[in-house]
Design a protein around this ligand. Structure first.
Ligand code: ADP
Ligand code: MG
Length: 485
């Protein structure tokens, strides 16, 4: 998985400029590359480093996806915990201002705790000051919400993209694996992660839209590989919240695999990328575990989520030539069922959830009080929207009025002619006949203003048709398939 540079490669087209949002930030950060930055440590293949110095450099892996809610933090925590239970020394770095990673360990940092913010902005802050130990062999650096402001402050610093690398390097000897939990954007924090990382894992769902997002992400990594970090590799696509019974998900996985296969042996950072096995199944235990401040191996060691993360860690360690036979925990050899929580833990959970729900209710009650819109005052935007809706409603109703006028007159004309011809206009039979004529006339009269004809019922789409449509939609290849990267 972690491969060396390749033989002479086909020439690539220049990378297109990223389009919008976080990508712009990333491209600016990348364009402003400090040419004098020392890349020597990373420009060498890892084996060469091992030969040169006895202390092995850890594998530094960024879990990156510009989209939120895809499983980056869950995967960082639980993969990290699995590596630690296989005997690896692991460091997790929370680079997301939402600081969710820290919550997984039930640690609430006090004001005196040094965080990733201090590490990035304060030249006197050493990494040892910010590191906390969650479990034996599992350390982490917490984040804070103010990290959101760091992007702006960092942007003013010289060599802003390499700050994290320079801070991590002194403790490389203490760890075997370092996992970087990236924020859901491609700004300067993610660029810092990509500058220090050897590898990138992309947590994502096997759906069509995330597949399109993958292309953008690869472009960003490609930009980084052209300057700040020439040896960075995207090595793993980590499928999260996976629904194995969905034919769409299976089709998307097939598409990812065939797209990646096109790049084998080429000089692009994702030439060795594979879909990590197994996909992590959707499993509610993974969502519950952080509310107990626990990793999945502490919370529900026999559940499918624990089994999936353990198996991925096992496969990766085997591929890296690291120990992977002794797993410290009941997750090993999982039978796929959930662990039954002890009555004590159940009580604790119920209390905790109750406390959190009442806190949330109180909070929302407070915010309602201070929110002017909730007292009937409308913000300009809302007022405008309402106005637009109203005026469009007026337009709609006047249109409807016209339509009904046309219908009415044709109705009158018809009914009078019908009355003349048969004098039976009051019978049910003739009324039904008039209805038929009116409907026919309104649908066939193209010269007059179109009237609303009754909607024909939609034909029911068969399951086969739906699958065919989905499969067709993902047939549109990644742009990178055409080597536009
Ligand atoms: P990100 O870090 O990319 O924003 P998270 O890891 O925080 O995403 O996951 C988003 C939400 O989905 C969280 O509530 C998490 O608990 C939940 N989640 C993640 N993976 C799974 C899974 N395999 N099954 C069920 N829920 C999951
Ligand atoms: Mg996260």
């Amino acid at each position: 998985m972690h491969e060396e540079p390749h033989e002479p490669q086909p020439e690539l087209h220049p990378s297109p400029a990223p389009e919008a949002g976080g990508d712009v930030a990333a491209s600016e950060a990348v364009v402003a590359i400090d040419e004098s930055a020392d890349h020597s440590a990373h420009a060498q293949p890892m084996d060469a480093n091992i030969e040169a110095e006895p202390a092995r450099k850890p594998r530094v892996i960024a879990l990156l996806n510009q989209k939120g809610g895809v499983g980056k933090t869950t995967s960082t925590v639980n993969l990290g915990a699995a590596f630690a239970r296989y005997g690896q020394r692991v460091l997790l770095v929370d680079l997301d201002p939402q600081s969710n990673l820290s919550l997984h360990f039930g640690v609430e940092s006090g004001p005196e705790q040094r965080t990733i913010r201090d590490l990035l902005l304060d030249p006197t802050c050493r990494i040892e000051d910010a590191v906390q130990t969650a479990r034996p062999g599992l350390d982490f650096i917490p984040a804070v919400t103010e990290l959101a402001l760091v992007e702006g402050e960092l942007a003013q610093q010289e060599g802003m993209q390499t700050v994290l690398r320079s801070k991590l390097e002194p403790v490389y000897g203490n760890y075997d694996v370092v996992l970087l939990d990236c924020p859901p954007s491609l700004g300067v924090l993610s660029v810092n992660a990509l500058t220090v990382a050897d590898e990138v894992f992309v947590p994502m769902q096997a759906h069509y839209l995330p597949l399109r997002g993958l292309e953008k992400l690869l472009q960003t990594v490609h930009l980084i590989s052209q300057g700040l970090n020439p040896t960075i590799r995207v090595t793993g696509i980590l499928l999260c919240m996976h629904d194995g019974s969905s034919s769409h998900a299976r089709a998307v996985i097939g598409e990812i695999e065939s797209q990646l296969a096109q790049f084998r042996g080429m000089d692009v950072p994702w030439s060795t990328a594979t879909v990590l096995d197994p996909p992590v199944r959707r499993n509610i235990k993974l969502a519950e575990a952080p509310s107990f401040g626990q990793t999945i191996f502490d919370y529900a060691p026999h559940c499918p989520g624990a089994d999936d993360y353990r198996r991925i860690a096992e496969q990766l360690l085997a591929g890296w030539g690291l120990p992977h036979t002794t797993f410290d925990g009941a997750g090993h050899g999982s039978d796929g069922g959930d662990a039954a929580p002890s009555p004590k833990r159940k009580r604790k959970s119920a209390k905790r959830v109750k406390r959190e729900v009442s806190a949330a209710v109180k909070k929302s009650g407070k915010s309602k009080k201070v929110n002017p819109t909730s007292k009937g005052k409308k913000s300009p935007k809302i007022a405008k929207a309402t106005k637009t809706t109203k005026s469009s409603n007026v337009a709609k109703s006047s249109k409807l009025a016209k339509i009904s006028k046309v219908t009415k007159s044709s109705k009158l004309a018809k009914s009078s002619s019908a009355a003349k011809s048969s004098k039976l206009s009051t019978t049910k039979k003739s009324a039904a006949a008039q209805m038929t004529i009116r409907t026919k006339k309104s649908t066939t009269n193209h010269s007059s203003r179109p009237t609303k004809s009754p909607k024909a019922p939609k034909p029911a789409r068969s399951k086969q048709m739906r699958v065919a449509k989905q499969t067709k939609s993902i047939r549109r290849p990644l742009r990178s398939g055409g080597l536009s990267l």
